[in-house]
Design a binder for this molecule. Structure first.
Ligand code: ADP
Ligand code: MG
Length: 919
C-alpha cells in the first residue's frame, strides 16, 4: 500500500481508497453514502451504472475464430488438403474442388458443434454462479454476486462466500478463511472495532472482509467498499484465468490418445502398401492417391466431435432435470457411481417440518394443524389443556421463539418460511400457543447469538431480561443439550436434574423418535452478569435448565421411494447420513426401504470408536449413519472408496466441503446449500431432491452409452472401408473407392448419423444394468468383437458387389455400386447401432427424429447422384438404373441383419447365464 488516506474524510468521491479498517463502521457507512438498511433500488441502479458488474475481468474466452482454426489442427485434414492440392496440380480440378469442399464442410460442422457446445457450457456456468445475501431498502434479498455495488449491505453466515470487499458492521462469533489472499488456511476471528495500525497487513485487518474469502462460522453484516477489479483480489489477480473453460475429461483424453494410435497405425499400413505398390511398379500418382485413400479410410474423422457433442448435449439435458454439472468429467463418473451417500432432511424428506408433539414438565401434548401456519390446537389426550399446563407450555414456546432466526410469511392465505425449516416449525408451534416473534423481541431484546452448527448440534441466543440481566436460550439435539443441563424446569419452579430425570427425558426422546419425529430439546439459563453476553458457545451453553422436548414431522418425499427402487435395480447402494437422532433416522429409513427391519443405524460416536480399517470392513453393511458431524462424512467416503466404490456424496454446510471434495462425485444442494459447498461440488442439484441425483446418474450412464455406441458405429464403418481397400490393394485390383467417396462416407453418410447417435434419447434400460466398473475401457472385448464383425460383413458385401460389377462393366460402374452399397449399409446400420442389446424393431424409430431426417436426406442425395449428371460428376459416380439402386439397397440390409443376429445370440446367451446365476 503506497498511501494512506482517511476515506471518511475524503468524502464519497474517494469510494475506492482502501484504509477502511481505520474508520469506524459508522464512518464507513457515511462515506459510502448508505445506511445499515441498505440502498434504495434507484440508488443501486445508479451505482451499478457507475461501477459495472461485480466481476473479475476474465481472460477472453475462446473466440469463434479460434474454434474454427482448431478444426484444422488434425493431421488428417492436412493429408486431405495435400491430396486436394496434388489433384489440382495434376489437372484433376473437380477432384480438388470436391475434396476441399468436403474439408470445409467438415470444418463447418465441427465448428458449429463445438461452438454450440461452448455456448451451452457457458450458459450452464452462469446458472451456477455464486449468490449473495444483501439488505436493500430494509429487506433481505438474495441476488447473484454479480449485482453487488459499493454501499450494499452484505448479510453473511457460515458457508457464505464473501462476494466483495466490505467493512464489518456487526458480527457474532464470525470466523473467516482468507487463504485465497493470505495463504493462511486457519480461520481468522473477525470483530468490528476500527484498527489503529496504519499499515496493517491484509491478514490483520480483522474488521474487513475480502472478496474470495469464505465465512467459516458465525454471522455478520458488512458494508461493501469495493467491487470487481477494485477489490484486493482484483488488484492482485489482474486477470483471472478461467481454467475450467478448456477442461478435457478423462474420456476425451483417452479417446484422443486412442485417435493418435489409430493415425499411426493407419500411416504404418499406408507405408506398407506404398512399398508393395512400389515393388509392383504402380504409377506413382495412383500410388499416392491410393495411400491417401487408405489413410482416410482408416481414420474416423467424426470421432472428436462425437464426444464433445454427447457431453454438452447431455449436460444441458441434465440441467433441464435440475442437475447442474460444474465439471464435465463428472458426467462420466456419474455413470459409474455405485454408492450414493445422501442427506436425510430435505433430500429424502420434504424438509418442511411441523411440530406434532411437545413435552414439558413431565407431560406430553399433541399439536394439530399443517405446514407453517401458526394455527391449530394443543391437546393432552384429546382434552384441552389446563391453565397450569398452559404456563408450562408457554415457557417452552418462549425458548423455541427466543432462540430462533427464522421468519414466517403470510401471503395470499399461505404460510411459508424464510430461514431454517426447523426453526420455522418452532415459530408455527409457538404461534399455536399465542407466542410470536415480535412479542419476544420486544420483551426480551436480543443481545447476541451462537448460530446452529452441525458439529455442536446446538444453537443459542442471549437476550436481555426486563430486569436488565441476561439470559441464554438454547435449542438443539436432546443428547447434546442434556449433557449441558444441570437443572430442570418442573412447571412451578426449577430443581436439580436427577439421573431419573435424565433417563426419563431420553426415554421420551426415544418414543418420539420411533414415530419418525425429529426431536429437539430446549433449555435456558440466567447469566451471571450482563457482560456475559459476549462469551462463546462453549461458556454460555453450560449449567442449563432443561425445559422440554419437541417432536417434528418431516414426511418422506413422494419421489424418494420410486427413486430408491430404481437405485436398487441399477445396482446402486444408497446410504443415509444424517445429524438426526438414530431412532428417527432408522424409522424413516425403514419407511423408505433403505433399511430393513433388522438394520440399525451407526452413530457418530460409534463411528469414532472404529478404526479406518474396521469402518472399511463394516461400511458395506451399514445403510444409515445418525448423529454424525461433517467430519464423519469424509471418513465414510474414504471407507467406501477403499472398498473400490465410486461414491457420490451430498452436502450443504460449510463443513461438508471436505467430504464433497473427497467423494468421486460431490453433490451440493442448490437451495439449502451454502456457497462454499457449491464451490466444492462437481454437481449442484437445484431442487435438493434425492430423485434428481438418481436422474443425473441415469443421464450419466446414458451419455456414456451414447458415446460408446457412436464410436462403435463409426469405427465399424472405418473397419469396413479399410478391409475393403486392403483386400483390393493386396490382390492388385483397382481401388474400389476413391478418396472423395471415402470422405463422403466418413464425413457425411457416417458422420452425420453419428452425431445423431451421440445425442440419442437415453435408453430406458440403462437403470436396469449394473454400474459400469471404474476405469472400464470403452473398447472392451464385446465392443471390438461387434465392431470387427459388422465391419467385416459390410466389407464382404461391398467386395462381392464390386467383384461382380467389375466382371460386368467398367471400373467406374463397379466403384459406383460398391460406393452405393457401402453407403446404404451404413445408413441402415445406424438404426441398429442405437442399442447394443435391443433389436432394431424394439427401438422406436421416431424417438430420434434427427437420425431419421439425416438418413433420409443422405439417402436421397445418394440416389440423386446416381441419377443426375451434376452430382455424379462431383462424386465421381456413374449413372445407375433405378432398379439397380433398389437391388443395392436390398444388399445393404445384410450388415444390419447380421448385427441384429449377433445381438440375438448374445441376448440368448446372457439370458441363459442369468438363469444359471439366479438358480
Ligand atoms: P440433518 O440435516 O441430517 O437432519 P443436522 O446436522 O441439520 O442434520 O441437524 C442435526 C441435529 O441438530 C438435528 O437432529 C437437531 O437435533 C439439531 N438441530 C437441527 N437444526 C437445528 C436448529 N436450527 N437449532 C437447533 N438445533 C438444531
Ligand atoms: Mg441439515
Amino acid at each position: 500500500m503506497s498511501r494512506v488516506v482517511n476515506p471518511a474524510k475524503a468524502g464519497p468521491a474517494k469510494l475506492d481508497d482502501r484504509a477502511w479498517y481505520l474508520c469506524s463502521a459508522k464512518e464507513t457507512l457515511l462515506a459510502q453514502a448508505t445506511t445499515a438498511q441498505g440502498l434504495s433500488p434507484d440508488e443501486v441502479q445508479r451505482r451499478r451504472a457507475a461501477h459495472g458488474e461485480n466481476q473479475l475481468q476474465q481472460a477472453p474466452g475462446v473466440s469463434s475464430w479460434h474454434i474454427f482454426l482448431a478444426q484444422f489442427k488434425s493431421l488428417l485434414i492436412w493429408i486431405l488438403i495435400a491430396a486436394g492440392v496434388l489433384s489440382a496440380v495434376l489437372g484433376d480440378v473437380v477432384d480438388a474442388v470436391a475434396i476441399l469442399a468436403i474439408v470445409l464442410l467438415n470444418a463447418g460442422i465441427g465448428f458449429y458443434q463445438e461452438y454450440s457446445a461452448e455456448q451451452s457450457i457457458a450458459a450452464l456456468r452462469k446458472m451456477s454462479t455464486p449468490q449473495a445475501k444483501v439488505r436493500r431498502a430494509g429487506s433481505l434479498i438474495t441476488i447473484p454476486a454479480l449485482g453487488i455495488v459499493p454501499g450494499d449491505i452484505l448479510v453473511l453466515e457460515a458457508g457464505d462466500l464473501v462476494a466483495a470487499d466490505a467493512r464489518l458492521l456487526e458480527c457474532a462469533a464470525l470466523k473467516c478463511v482468507e487463504s485465497a489472499l493470505t495463504g493462511e488456511s486457519n480461520a481468522v476471528d473477525k470483530q468490528i472495532a476500527p484498527l489503529t495500525a496504519v499499515d496493517a497487513p491484509l491478514g490483520n485487518r480483522s474488521n474487513m472482509l475480502y472478496l474470495g474469502t469464505t465465512i467459516a462460522a458465525g454471522t455478520g453484516t458488512a458494508v461493501v467498499v469495493a467491487t470487481a477489479m477494485r477489490t484486493e483480489l482484483g488488484r492482485i489477480a489482474g486477470l483471472i484465468d478461467d481454467a475450467a473453460g478448456d477442461e478435457t475429461t478423462p474420456l476425451e483424453r483417452r479417446l484422443e490418445s486412442f485417435g493418435r494410435v489409430l493415425v499411426w497405425a493407419a500411416l504404418a499400413i499406408v507405408a506398407m502398401l506404398f512399398g508393395l505398390g512400389a515393388l509392383r511398379q504402380t504409377p506413382w500418382y495412383e500410388l499416392v492417391m491410393s495411400s491417401v485413400s487408405l489413410a482416410i479410410a482408416a481414420i474416423p474423422e467424426g470421432l472428436p466431435a462425437v464426444v464433445t457433442v454427447a457431453l454438452s448435449v447431455g449436460v444441458l439435458r441434465m440441467a433441464r432435470r435440475r442437475a447442474l454439472v460444474r465439471k464435465l468429467s463428472a458426467v462420466e463418473t456419474l455413470g459409474s457411481t455405485n454408492v450414493i451417500c445422501t442427506d436425510k432432511t430435505g433430500t429424502l424428506t420434504v424438509g418442511e417440518m411441523t411440530v406434532r408433539a411437545l413435552h414439558v414438565a413431565g407431560t406430553g401434548y399433541t399439536l394439530s394443524g399443517t405446514g407453517y401456519a401458526p394455527e391449530g390446537e394443543v391437546v393432552r389426550d384429546g382434552k384441552p389443556v389446563s391453565a397450569e399446563q398452559t404456563t408450562a407450555l408457554i415457557e417452552l414456546a418462549t425458548v423455541l421463539v427466543a432462540c430462533n432466526n427464522a421468519q414466517l410469511v403470510h401471503e395470499d392465505g399461505d404460510w411459508t418460511a424464510i430461514g431454517d425449516p426447523t426453526e420455522a416449525a418452532f415459530l408455527a408451534a409457538a404461534g399455536k400457543l399465542g407466542i410470536n416473534r415480535e412479542q419476544i423481541d420486544q420483551q426480551l431484546p436480543r443481545q447476541s447469538e451462537n448460530p446452529f452448527d452441525s458439529d455442536r448440534k446446538l444453537s443459542s441466543v442471549i437476550r436481555r431480561t426486563p430486569s436488565g440481566a441476561s439470559r441464554v436460550y438454547v435449542n438443539g439435539a436432546p443428547g447434546e443439550l442434556l449433557a449441558r443441563c444441570t437443572q430442570i424446569y418442573t412447571g412451578d419452579g426449577v430443581r436439580a436434574l436427577s439421573d431419573a430425570d435424565r433417563s426419563d427425558i431420553l426415554k421420551q426422546t426415544s418414543l418420539l423418535a420411533q414415530q419418525a419425529l425429529r426431536v429437539l430439546a430446549s433449555a435456558k439459563r440466567e447469566l451471571d452478569s450482563a457482560s456475559e453476553h459476549d462469551l462463546d458457545a462453549e461458556s454460555v451453553e453450560r449449567d442449563l435448565v432443561f425445559v422440554g422436548l419437541s417432536g417434528m414431522h418431516d414426511p418422506p418425499r413422494a419421489e424418494a421411494r420410486p427413486a430408491l427402487i430404481r437405485c436398487r435395480e441399477a445396482g446402486i447402494k444408497v446410504v443415509m447420513i444424517t445429524g438426526d437422532h438414530a431412532e428417527t433416522a432408522i424409522a424413516i429409513a425403514r419407511v423408505l426401504g433403505i433399511a430393513g427391519a433388522d438394520d440399525v443405524a451407526l452413530t457418530g460416536r460409534e463411528l469414532d470408536a472404529l478404526s479406518d480399517a474396521d469402518l472399511q470392513r463394516r461400511a458395506v453393511d451399514i445403510p444409515v449413519y445418525a448423529r454424525v458431524s461433517p467430519a464423519h462424512k469424509l471418513r465414510i467416503v474414504r471407507a467406501w472408496k477403499a472398498n473400490d466404490a465410486v461414491v457420490a456424496m451430498t452436502g450443504d454446510g460449510v463443513n461438508d466441503a471436505p467430504a464433497i471434495k473427497g467423494a468421486d462425485i460431490g453433490i451440493a444442494m442448490g437451495r439449502s446449500g451454502t456457497e462454499v459447498a457449491k464451490q466444492a461440488a462437481q454437481m449442484i442439484i437445484t431442487d435438493d431432491n434425492f430423485s434428481t441425483i438418481v436422474a443425473a446418474v441415469e443421464q450419466g450412464r446414458g451419455i456414456y452409452d451414447n458415446i460408446r455406441k457412436t464410436l462403435q458405429y463409426l469405427l465399424a464403418g472405418n473397419t469396413a472401408e479399410l478391409a475393403l481397400m486392403m483386400i483390393c490393394v493386396l490382390i492388385g485390383l483397382p481401388m474400389p473407392l476413391l478418396p472423395i467417396h471415402l470422405l463422403w462416407i466418413n464425413l457425411v453418410t457416417d458422420g452425420l448419423p453419428a452425431l445423431c447417435l451421440a445425442t440419442d434419447p437415453i435408453d430406458p434400460d440403462v437403470m436396469k444394468q449394473r454400474p459400469r466398473h471404474r476405469g472400464e475401457r470403452i473398447a472392451d472385448r464385446n465392443f471390438l468383437l461387434m465392431m470387427l464383425f459388422t465391419g467385416m460383413i459390410t466389407a464382404a458385401v461391398a467386395f462381392a458387389v464390386y467383384l461382380y460389377a467389375l466382371q460386368h462393366g467398367s471400373v467406374e460402374m463397379a466403384r459406383t455400386q460398391a460406393f452405393a452399397v457401402l453407403v446404404f449399409a451404413e445408413l441402415l446400420r445406424s438404426f441398429g447401432a442405437r442399442s447394443d442389446t435391443r433389436p432394431v424393431w424394439r427401438i422406436p424409430v421416431f424417438s430420434n427424429l434427427n437420425l431419421v431426417l439425416v438418413v433420409l436426406v443422405t439417402f436421397s442425395l445418394q440416389i440423386w447422384s446416381q441419377q443426375s449428371e451434376m452430382l455424379s460428376g462431383l462424386l465421381k459416380t456413374s449413372l445407375l438404373p433405378f432398379g439397380d439402386s433398389l437391388i443395392l439397397l436390398g444388399l445393404g440390409t445384410i450388415p444390419l441383419l447380421a448385427l441384429e443376429a449377433l445381438k440375438l445370440i448374445r441376448n440368448r446367451r446372457r439370458a441363459r447365464r442369468e438363469v444359471v446365476v439366479t438358480r
